[in-house]
Ligand binder design. Structure first.
Ligand code: SF4
Length: 374
């Protein structure tokens, strides 16, 4: 198999690992068009300061002896071609893409061939070549494989910026619906704990497959809330389950993308607004978030009438739809200096989305009465 074919197969096999939202959802559907970078494993991620960077996202191999029921790389999947990079091959492919300016960093994951340690050693060899032989000092995200030896994780931390290991499911019992091999506590949580103590430069992240088992939103958020608190998690990524042909779950329903989106919204509000999980539990029915925007539901639950924007406390202001942390801070600053908001335009110039906020606020003693949403 030539290297280009490997690039295509291993780039495609790595597409289920989320590292950040892609910059575009546009699909290149015909062969006479160009621009589909995802086909060869180029994805986009965002740095701390919000800059969008391109990453070469690939697997070392798409052959895996593990048995995750939704995975096209698992032993269960009657498949298609399997292949793997030799470390030098991967290092050269990456450096070629880098020097031509197609990518700025690497996201490396893998299936597990004989055992997690042997595969990790191959991955490390490739990263070491990239770092030491080819002198690349840029961003590397290294996916720790379940059950990997502590020493190898330590070595990975010495060469990579970010380490992550996928939770896949929110607890032991849900993982057992997906895999008979993986041990939630030992293979995953214990490795996360090792990573936490190593304190990677760009932190530790994780990923869950939403709807891979029959878990509820509450189970997912409860676990992630615990992870932010106990594993120094930088970010969680949610990947909506998509059935793949020839896997045991090929006939299971696809998870709607709206569910994934709502989990991202709640996750963001827990991290950035410091809204506690118990408030979201109050708007859930049978453990799942309701249809529509969780922040609007939260506001409906909290406010029984529109509140005066000039007198509201921060905890109320941050819960108004259309107002984020920056807008809330600006409103609080005006309150502290005794200045009043008397016109809608003032809120608009603070970056507040009036259409969303108006049903919940009073400006100059008046509220927006016409919206039926409130
Ligand atoms: S360990 Fe990863 S690659 Fe292997 S079957 Fe599970 S999800 Fe797929």
């Amino acid at each position: 198999m030539d290297v280009l074919e490997k690039v295509k197969i291993l780039g495609d096999a790595g597409k289920w690992d989320a590292c950040a939202s892609s910059a575009s959802n546009r699909k290149v559907t015909t062969k006479d068009r160009i621009g589909d970078a995802s086909a060869c494993g180029i994805c986009h991620s965002f740095t701390e300061n919000g800059r969008c960077i391109s990453l070469f996202k690939t697997l070392m191999t798409n052959s895996c002896k593990f048995d995750c029921k939704y995975c096209q790389n698992s032993t269960h999947c009657e498949r298609k071609k399997t292949t793997q990079y030799k470390p030098e091959e991967l290092a050269k492919v990456f450096m070629n893409l880098y020097v031509k300016n197609y990518v700025e960093g690497l996201f490396l994951s893998s299936g597990i061939v004989k055992n997690p340690d042997e595969t990790t050693e191959n991955m490390l060899e490739a990263i070491n070549l990239i770092r030491n032989k080819y002198k690349f000092q840029g961003y590397v995200h290294f996916k720790v494989l379940p059950g990997t030896n502590r020493d190898l994780i330590k070595q990975a931390n010495e060469t990579a910026d970010r380490l992550s290991i996928n939770l896949e499911a929110p607890n032991h019992s849900r993982l057992s619906e997906i895999s008979d091999i993986k041990d939630y506590k030992i293979d995953i949580l214990r490795r996360q704990s090792y990573i936490k103590h190593l304190n990677p430069v760009a932190g530790q992240t994780t990923q869950l497959v939403v709807g891979g088992s029959d878990e509820t939103d509450y189970e997912i958020l409860k676990m992630i809330d615990w992870e932010y608190e106990n594993m120094k998690l930088k970010r969680a990524y949610y990947s909506a389950f998509t059935p793949i042909q020839k896997t045991p779950l090929e006939f299971k329903d696809k998870t709607p993308l709206q569910r994934e989106h709502k989990l991202y919204q709640v996750d963001f509000m827990m991290r950035q607004y410091d809204i506690k999980l118990r408030e979201f539990r109050d708007i859930m029915a049978n453990g799942d978030l309701p249809k529509g925007d969780p922040k609007v539901h939260l506001a409906r639950e909290r406010f029984d009438k529109p509140i005066d924007i000039n007198e509201a406390c921060y905890e109320d202001v941050i819960r108004i739809p259309g107002i984020g942390p920056q807008g809330a801070q600006k409103i609080m600053s005006l309150q502290h200096t005794g200045q009043k908001i008397t016109k809608r335009i003032q809120l608009h110039s603070m970056g507040i989305v009036l259409k969303r906020a108006e049903p919940f606020i009073k400006i100059n003693g008046h509220s927006q009465q016409t919206l039926t949403a409130y």
